[in-house]
Design a protein around this ligand. Structure first.
Ligand code: GTP
Length: 173
């Protein structure tokens, strides 16, 4: 079966608590299990541990969780064919690479390259962080620009792009 026949990439962007993850889970579980959840978050404090625990209990059975705070490209390359996958989320992955002082351009290129060849229904969650005023510190400005560029790169190779607004999906592509 040609890759593209079953391979589809959907990008789901939105602000904090816009309902991105829940909507992406609904889309992914429309295909038969097993569903793979690739998490890029790392729990550094109790509040984050609590958030992650809530996500895990909401997902329930049928999900396989893979942690990929940095090597997201490697985790995607290792995925089996024809299975629904949710990648949550690109902005935390970008944060992890920025904090590690890695080559952001090269990492984003590698990631969008592997995402351009989906081998299943793949759903990628990312934050839209650029809607507010220009941040007054340089790191935040660099992050905002890199996140916007990464979203553009992934949107360009995605079959569909949704923007979550107050829990509702708006079709962008
Ligand atoms: N390490 C790890 N992280 C997880 C797991 N489940 C969820 N997460 C992380 O939880 C993060 C989402 O947290 P939220 O704060 O609920 O998301 P949000 O962007 O504010 O809200 P929504 O737009 O409503 O999804 C994602 O970045 C995931 O990587 C897990 O099992 N393990």
């Amino acid at each position: 079966m040609p890759d593209r026949a079953k391979g589809r990439l959907t990008l789901i962007v939105g602000g904090a608590r816009s309902g991105k993850s829940a909507h992406a889970e609904t889309l992914a579980t429309a295909s038969p299990s097993p569903w793979t959840y690739i998490a890029t978050a790392q729990a550094y404090d109790d509040e984050m541990r609590e958030r992650i625990a809530l996500h895990r209990s909401r997902r329930g059975e049928g999900w396989v969780t893979v942690d990929a705070p940095l090597d997201l490209t490697g985790a995607i390359e290792a995925l089996p064919d024809h299975q629904p996958v949710l990648i949550d989320c690109l902005t935390l992955w970008l944060t992890n690479h920025m904090l590690a002082d890695h080559d952001i351009e090269a990492e984003c290129r590698r990631l969008s390259d592997v995402l351009s060849r989906p081998r299943g229904p793949w759903f990628v969650v990312s934050n839209e962080v650029g809607l507010g005023i220009v941040p007054d510190n340089a790191l935040a400005r660099r992050f905002r620009d890199a996140a916007g560029r990464l979203n553009q790169q992934v949107a360009a190779v995605a079959d569909s792009v949704l923007m979550m607004v107050a829990g509702l999906p708006l079709k962008v592509k």
